[in-house]
Design a protein around this ligand. Sequence first.
Ligand code: ADP
Length: 288
Amino acid sequence: MPRVLCAGHVNWDVTLRVDRLPQPDGESAVRNTRQGGGGSAANVAVGLVGLDCAATLVGSIGDDEHGLLARRDLERADVDLAGVVTADGVTTTKYLLVDDKGQVAVLGSAGVNEALGPDDVDPALVETADHVHLTAQRPETAARIAELAVEAGVPVSADPGRRITDRDFSRVIELADVLLCNRIEAEAVGDPAPDQTLVTKLGPDGSRLESADGTYSHPGFDVEAVDTTGAGDAFAAGFIAARLQGDGPERALAVGNACGALAVATEGSKTDCSWELVASLVDERGGF
Ligand code: ADP
């Protein structure tokens, strides 16, 4: 079973289903609330375990109740927490407001999800992985992990997230074999180097892959959007798992889109991906 090291944010999510996203001076009705583990690196790790990969998480949580809950949630999902440190302070908590159309607005507490510095990373965890996936985190920590991976010959994918435009991820962008971005982030990344693959996530329109071998796209799957949080993380899990089992670019895009669609069709930021559910979309609805 391939082992993927996922490094980046580990959060606690509180999701409030509301009739509409609140406007200034307005009031929205809360239909229900639910809580669970979140954070981009944690979400990808959980998705990968569902797709028959072993996942080791690198990140930081706080020494509070949300930290304990996040840890328990991930242990229950069979994610290896060898690289997760407990820092003094509160676990980063996101309050996600999701309306009836599945649109999301987020309130975030700062918390300690970036407490992990470059020197806190255990090189052995990186060097023994079959693949390294980097999500939003301190750029210097991500750069250190990418450097360790490159030195050890471990392939690296990176999805720096929406803060790519205001933080310096240039070293990670330079070292990554595969960059995963949405349309806005892809503009910030620019043209990939000849040996790099750029995967652009296109929301309901699926995804596109550009590499020296050519450009491929997959239109995605038509599902009713319930909650779009975590769609990009589920996509990453599907894409990476497919590549690790030897799938070509077209099928990897289809599997990524299937996992993204599963995330959108279900509540919460973590997605229970499985090959059975992926097959129900990719093989039964015509993958590519
Ligand atoms: P991010 O969440 O990182 O901004 P996207 O919004 O593009 O990225 O979503 C990631 C992936 O999830 C898409 O590439 C697509 O496969 C899937 N996805 C997103 N929104 C929808 C939707 N409304 N219907 C079906 N699939 C979707």
